[in-house]
Design a protein around this ligand. Structure first.
Ligand code: BUJ
Length: 663
């Protein structure tokens, strides 16, 4: 979880529904009642420190080593030495000053928000990932399951908005019961000044509270396109959702006007059915496709749209302010790769509103469900909390009790159709965006493979870190794919252990993985004991990098922030370190990887982050491992070829580790 894991500063919770007291809400409308309030630990979370300059530069050089020839490495080393003598200390001082004046945030979070919100490229494929839900065999009817997921999402919102959602805590001590932990925290909450002590008290229990500053933007929130830099906006009074089907929009309430209770699940189901019963054909000009455009293009089109009619501005307002979006697609395809394509980009992208912070997707009649999220506001840790809560709650305590389906007819006025008036110019833009997006998504190659012959438990028994083994498999696959090369690799690591922490990069292509690939990847692999020793060295090196990253001691965010400072610095030239071809190369990510292993997740993925790169979403479970790989066909890469190499790599690793365990 920790691996994965600009909102206004003063209001940590999502808002107005909050002013009601949770004690007025019946248990059936909540996920649970936390013994301490949701932000109990927030104020005492540790501050993410600016790392030491020399240490970051040294780590940067270590990451460069396997990617460069001796000559290139020596040139980059000299550039780094020059940086440490010239620009580095001044930029570091500026960054430390900036950090001091920014006590509620951290040195990187505003720059990170800027990185997302200033990016003018389409959100689709470039940023938006998806996570698909595992099956729920006890809920065979897809519409019942969707109803229950919507109902549990409403519970999530009432629980969060009323501050009774349990704080997000990473427990390291398996012997510590959650109940006991919270009893003690509740006792602490009676002591004056507890908000400063809360984190330390949790730490004494080997429990690590995680940042929750992203949570207010999960629901009732949207990204808004603006020239140059987009913004995020929240709607604290929201009680409705917007459903999209065939590029058309429908809106209905799921929380009652009192803000204290959820619309009965049978009514939600009837409202969903009413949307499904609309017999009109799919929209000829699906407005949602405009949200897939370049952000400056969409900014202009949105202004035109909003000014064209009151109907349009009202529809936009309803979409922006919805708690979340439900996207219903219809398909008979059940293959894993067809599902991944559908969830990642919905074919031609016509049935999505990409700006919306959270989107619950359903494919009927096959009954597959997933979530996608606009990435600027938050990361995997916040989304996986919602994802797990909804998966568990909708299975264990479904809102719809059996036999209740459609016992109520929807009130005909309760589902509002959201319409748009489109002139010829808007129609032409929609047609253009649709063509452009179709061309981009048709270029995306995607493959999935799951291997049931090896998993976490064998890796652990052999004294290896399961994640390191997965990363080594990816490195070896790339080694074969490229005929012996090592590529700039990004593994996402959460820094949510810190206040407003987002992510750090684990640079998982190391000198140790390179050596392992050299020994294992030739036509005649080295003897098993040699391979095992190299694998252990790769695992140890990776574990150190992982710990560093999770502790905010990687080099990526530090150098990124120093570069941002150099761009702000009046009159200062950009230091050579940032124009060095080696710096550019290491940031042109070829292997973009991320993992989330949770029973609720069936599959998940994202597109490559560079035109010639690969996107690799992977997981390692107790006795299986697997990944979803993406690539752009136009770059000459093939996800299927990568997958063949990955399969070979998994088999080799399983064999080597199996022999070690047998010995
Ligand atoms: O690093 C960051 O700041 C954010 C990253 C960006 N990037 C995706 C480019 C790496 N964002 C995330 O990591 C969020 C990604 C969420 C999706 C993760 C999918 C992983 C699940 C794959 C499951 C594969 C199935 C295996 C079966 C055994």
């Amino acid at each position: 979880l920790l691996r994965q894991c600009r909102v206004p500063r003063s209001t940590p919770t999502s808002g107005r529904l909050l002013s009601t007291s949770a004690s007025n809400i019946l248990d059936e409308h909540l996920l649970h009642r936390s013994p301490v309030h949701t932000e109990f630990f927030q104020a005492s979370l540790p501050h993410l420190k600016v790392p030491d300059l020399n240490a970051s530069v040294e780590k940067y050089l270590n990451s460069q080593r396997p990617l460069l020839t001796d000559e290139q490495f020596s040139a980059t080393t000299s550039i780094c030495q020059e940086f440490l003598k010239q620009d580095g200390p001044e930029l570091q001082r500026l960054l430390l000053d900036y950090d001091k004046s920014n006590s509620d945030g951290n040195y990187v979070s505003d720059f990170w928000f800027d990185m997302y919100l200033r990016d003018r490229r389409s959100l689709v494929l470039n940023h938006t990932p998806f996570l698909a839900f595992s099956a729920a065999p006890e809920q065979p009817d897809p519409l019942d399951r969707l109803t229950n997921m919507v109902y549990s999402s409403a519970r999530y919102q009432l629980t969060y908005a009323n501050r009774v959602l349990k704080p997000e805590v990473y427990f390291l001590d398996p012997k510590l019961s959650e109940e006991k932990f919270y009893q003690r925290m509740k006792m602490l909450s009676r002591i004056p000044g507890h908000s400063r002590l809360a984190w330390a008290a949790a730490y004494l229990h080997k429990a690590f509270p995680l940042d929750m500053s992203q949570y207010p933007n999960l629901m009732a929130s949207t990204r808004l396109p603006q020239t140059g830099r987009d913004s995020l906006r929240r709607y604290p009074d929201s009680r409705h959702i917007v459903l999209m089907r065939g590029g058309r929009f429908y809106s209905f309430d799921i929380i009652e006007p009192d803000g204290l209770s959820i619309v009965p699940a049978s009514t939600i189901r009837a409202r969903l059915s009413e949307c499904l019963a609309d017999s009109r054909p799919a929209a000829e000009f699906p407005v949602g496709v405009l949200t897939s455009a370049d952000r400056d293009v969409w900014t202009k089109e949105r202004q035109k749209l909003a000014h064209a009619s009151k109907t349009n501005s009202a529809s936009l307002e309803a979409i922006d302010s919805a708690l979340f979006l439900v996207c219903l697609d219809e398909s008979q395809q059940t293959s894993d790769s067809a599902l991944c394509h559908a969830f990642l980009h919905s074919g031609d992208g016509a049935n999505r509103w990409w700006d919306k912070s959270l989107c619950l997707m359903a494919i009927l009649p096959v009954g597959e469900f997933a979530v996608s999220f606009e990435h600027s506001w938050g990361d995997g840790v916040a989304v996986s909390r919602y994802f797990n809560e909804v998966f568990n709650d909708s299975n264990r305590r479904p809102g719809l009790s059996s036999g209740q389906s459609e016992s109520l007819a929807a009130d005909p006025v309760s589902v509002r159709r959201l319409e748009f008036d489109l002139d010829d110019s808007l129609k032409a833009s929609i047609a253009t965006c649709r063509e452009q997006l179709s061309a981009r998504t048709a270029d995306l190659d995607l493959d999935f493979w799951q291997f049931d012959g090896f998993g976490k438990s064998s890796a652990k028994r052999a004294g290896l870190s399961p994640d390191s083994v997965s990363q080594t498999a990816i490195q070896l696959a790339y080694y074969w794919l490229s005929g012996g090369a090592t590529a700039p690799t990004y593994e996402s690591c959460s820094t949510a252990a810190f206040r407003r922490g987002r992510t750090e990069t684990i640079r998982s292509a190391t000198s140790a993985t390179k050596e392992f690939c050299r020994l294992a990847g030739g036509s005649e692999p080295a003897p098993t004991n040699q391979l095992l020793a190299a694998l252990k060295a790769a695992s140890d090196a990776h574990s150190t990098l992982t710990k560093d990253a999770a502790m905010g001691k990687g080099w990526d965010r530090h150098l990124f922030a120093l570069r941002c400072m150099s761009e702000r610095r009046a009159g200062g030239a950009v230091p050579r370190l940032f124009t060095d071809p080696a710096y550019r190369k290491i940031n042109e990510i070829v292997l973009s990887t991320s993992t989330l292993s949770m029973p609720a997740v069936k599959i998940g993925g994202f597109a490559p982050v560079s035109p010639a790169g690969l996107g690799v979403g992977y997981a390692i479970e107790d006795s299986s491992m697997g990944c979803v790989a993406t690539a752009y066909k136009s770059s000459g890469r093939s996800s299927a070829e990568f997958m063949r190499c990955y399969q070979r790599a998994c088999l080799l690793l399983a064999d080597v580790i199996g022999k070690a365990l047998d010995a």
